[in-house]
Every structure is written in C-alpha cells, then in structure tokens.
Design a protein around this ligand. Sequence first.
Ligand SMILES: NC(=O)c1ccc[n+]([C@@H]2O[C@H](COP(=O)([O-])OP(=O)(O)OC[C@H]3O[C@@H](n4cnc5c(N)ncnc54)[C@H](OP(=O)(O)O)[C@@H]3O)[C@@H](O)[C@H]2O)c1
Length: 331
Amino acid sequence: MNLPTSFKAIIVREQEDGTFTRSIEQKSFDELPQGEVTIKVLFAGLNYKDGLSASGHKGITREYPHTPGIDASGIVVKSADNRFSVGDEVIVTSYDLGMNHDGAFAEYIRVPADWVVKNPASLSFEKSQQFGTAGFTAALALYKMEMCGQTPDLGKIVVTGATGGVGSLAVAILSHAGYEVIASTGKNETAYLTKLGAKQIEDRAFTNDDSKRPLIRPRWAGAIDTVGGNTLATLLKGCGRNGNVATCGLVASPDLSTTVYPFILNGVNLLGVESADCPMKIRAELWRKLGNEWNAKLPEDSATFISLEELDPYLDAILAGKTKGRVIVRF
Ligand SMILES: NC(=O)c1ccc[n+]([C@@H]2O[C@H](COP(=O)([O-])OP(=O)(O)OC[C@H]3O[C@@H](n4cnc5c(N)ncnc54)[C@H](OP(=O)(O)O)[C@@H]3O)[C@@H](O)[C@H]2O)c1
C-alpha cells in the first residue's frame, strides 16, 4: 500500500516556561514509535485521559512533544506480525497508546501487535469508537459485576457521572443487558438519559450522602462509579446485600473514606476496574460482547463527530465535565 510521505497529527509541546501548547503539524512515519502494525486511523474517541495528556499532566504523559489519543479504530496499512494483514479492520484502545506512546489524534499510528483487536464484524468503525475506552470500561465493570453474581433480578444499578463518556455508555449497556438503571447526574439531561435507557434520573446529591452514618437504607443493588470520593463511599453504604460496586474513575476525588460495614454486614463487593492493561483474552471477549449481546443502540446525540481541527476546545471541555456522551474525531 502506498503511504503518503507525511500526515497530520496534534502535537503537544512543553515550553521553556513550563506551559504547554498544542498544534496540528505534519509528521513523518519515521517519527512514529516502534511497533509491528501501522494503522490508518478512521475514528478516534476522546477520553478524560486525553484531556490530561493534552494539558501536560506528567502522571499520564512523562515526555513531550507528544500526540495524545488513547482510542482508535481504523485499517491496517502495514504489518510485520502474521496475526494482522493489510486491510484488516481493527481497534486499538488502552495500553500505552496516547499516554507514553504517540496516539490516535493523528492520521496514522504505529503500535505493538499485542495491542490490536480485530473489529467484530457486527460493529461499524463509528460504533466501535462510540464505545471506545469509555464503553469498554463500562463493559469491563459489568463483566466483573456479573462474575460476582450481579443479575438484573437483584435490583437497580446506579451509574454516577451518567452523562459522561463512561457513564452514558454504562447506562446504555446495562439497560440493554436487562438492568433497571438509575442515572445520577449533575446536569439537566432527562431526555438524553431516558433515551440511553435510564428508568430513574437523580441529582448527584442522591449518591452523595453526608449523614456520616456507616450504612444507609439500600437504594440500589449495584453501582458503576466514575466519580470517587464521598460518592463512592455513599454507593457502598447504600448498596443492597451482596451487590457489587465497580469503581472506574475519580472525577470528583481519588479519596475513599469508608467503614468495613458495607462489606462485613451486607456482603457488598468493591470491584476495581482497570481497562488499560486488561488481559487480551478478556479484552477480546468484551469486544465480542459489545458487538453482540451488549451492542446497545445509542441515541444520535450520544456522540459528537468532529474534525481534528475542531478538537482543541474539547480537550479542555472534557476536563471541566462539560462534554456530553462521546466526542469522536472522524478522519
Ligand atoms: N478505570 C479505567 O479503566 C477508566 C477508563 C476510562 C475512564 N476512566 C475514568 O473515569 C472517569 C470518567 O471518564 P469519562 O471519560 O467518562 O469522563 P467524562 O466524559 O468527563 O465524564 C465525567 C462525568 O462525571 C460527572 N462529573 C464531572 N465532574 C464531577 C464532580 N466534580 N462531581 C461529580 N460528578 C462529576 C459529569 O457527569 P454528570 O454531569 O452527568 O454528573 C461528567 O460528565 C475519569 O476519572 C476517567 O479517568 C477510568
């Protein structure tokens, strides 16, 4: 396949005064990191981590100049690994893509073959990026919850940060899988959350108990949390017997102050969700599920498709909690 001599990419640079700038520049293939598979990116979903990487957060990206973008779907244009051939439709999310390895806000990426998943035939490129890391994370949360015995007949599942990327997709996937979903949100987005499948919509205060009591009356049978802090503590103390609380994020706080009572009196499980290094066997199974039994129909306004040139303000908006659903760069 004939490749161009250069291609467009967002490059974040660290300035001498410690500030960071972002611009779209031409990049050559020689500048791409090592890897067996070169992919023409067709869609790249935006995530919270991309906002951090694009703002110079050294906990996410140690060295600049850097191209962020942790999610890509596209077509293999070169492969030195016999698992992949030119023309294969693939997904790359997580591992070090977009963090310490140049990422998907570029027309091309080059990655290790071990990071690449074949796009399930039942998923379009657009749909795989509408899910992206956010949907994959929600799917991993549900997978772990079900491994610990969560079923729809145990009762409602609450999702926090429900209008965000992970939250929206958690609402959609859970409700598609037969769960009754409570959406906890700080926004007035009833119509949107209802279209995603939420049966009950509550203000954030519903999942932010300040009573200091170690347990509260059970209000949900399980939870997927993107918020952390007192919200996560509330989810534990308000969870019904033998329910599962999956912790994915920390948009409010990385802290957790709780007692052991939810665990030893109610048998609640606190499940950690880490999508970046999820083993390939589970990763492939989750993408299979997302292409099949968890392939939730998503409302049109759950994704905003933009060009690479339009991305810059969204990198800040996602950090301010001001994006709705998924923002996806279409190349
Ligand atoms: N563990 C993993 O593998 C993994 C993978 C992906 C993401 N994450 C993490 O999950 C979190 C969410 O990521 P995302 O991509 O979904 O981000 P996002 O699209 O920005 O969504 C976050 C949502 O949280 C709510 N929110 C924002 N600030 C808040 C605050 N101060 N207090 C309470 N709620 C607040 C908002 O929803 P409402 O207005 O509806 O409340 C916001 O839309 C992040 O912490 C991210 O790092 C983890």
